[in-house]
Design a protein around this ligand. Structure first.
Ligand SMILES: [Mn+2]
Length: 263
């Protein structure tokens, strides 16, 4: 029995299936998907149909794109109480809410796949049950799996980075711990990990210009002082048509072996 973690599938359903084949994923294995199953990729519909009958040995942690999908469906549902045509509702909300369906995922589902509000609601309800964090112990080592980053409960004040100017500007702000799990970027590194624990997250592709940049391989940060490790396993799979260094990674926790879709 092995325990695997993947992240940021972003509607790349075929790549996801190919990775399951590559790791020879079996019924007695476990997989944790560290968030962001939707948006940007070509097969959001296939991903959601798969989600309806998701095997019990696969668990999904909430990502920011999953959260945004749930919010979009809630907006549509609220509007639907006034009008009944899903396409009319979609157009109406898009006009005043510019954060609505930012990646045109709901648009594709409605206009290309002809899904109903009932289907959208069914998927959003499943996704609203995604846990925000998963803690497990494998071979005596503690692991934490989150979408974006981990921060200690008593550490709500953080030092942010003003990324617009690229300078290390102090901006103390009160951050909800759970928001941090789902949305953190470089702050996850600044927060410094957790004593005697390995944190596995995705969210920031290792092909983008950030502290996690590796050129498309898994990013690993070791803090020997507190015996903590932080992995970023989002290797930018969804961008790999555009940027050839993008890849889908999967880590097996028992031996921390990393598998790549493209070797
Ligand atoms: Mn994300």
């Amino acid at each position: 029995m092995s325990t695997y973690v993947m992240a940021d599938i972003h509607g790349c359903y075929t790549d996801f299936m190919n990775m399951l084949k590559k790791i020879d994923f079996k019924e007695d294995d476990k997989l944790i998907i560290a968030g962001d199953i939707l948006d940007r990729g070509p097969e959001n519909y296939e991903m959601l149909k798969w989600l309806e009958n998701k095997p019990d040995n696969i668990e999904i942690i909430m990502g920011n794109h999953d959260e945004m999908f749930i919010e979009d469906v809630c907006s549509l549902k609220a509007q639907a109480q006034r009008e009944c045509d899903l396409k009319a509702n979609y157009k109406y909300i898009s006009r005043y809410d510019h954060s609505f369906d930012k990646y045109k995922t709901v648009y594709g589902l409605i206009y290309d796949q002809n899904v109903t509000l009932g289907e959208l609601k069914k998927w959003a309800i499943i996704m609203a049950d995604f846990e925000l964090i998963k803690e497990l112990n494998i071979g005596g080592r503690d692991y934490i799996i989150v979408h974006a980053g981990y921060i200690d409960e008593d550490c709500l004040r953080r030092r942010g980075i003003d990324r617009k100017n690229g300078e290390d500007k102090l901006q103390y702000m009160l951050t909800a711990k759970e928001q941090f799990y789902v949305w953190a970027r470089e702050e996850a590194l600044i927060a410094g990990g957790k004593k005697d624990t390995t944190i596995i997250a995705g969210h920031t592709p290792t092909i983008s210009n950030s502290a996690f940049y590796t050129g498309g391989t898994v990013f690993k940060y070791v803090n020997e002082d507190i015996n903590s490790v932080i992995y970023d396993i989002d290797c930018g799979c969804v961008f790999r048509k555009k940027y050839k260094e993008g890849n889908l990674a999967c880590i097996r926790l028992e031996d921390e072996k990393i598998f790549y879709l493209e070797d």
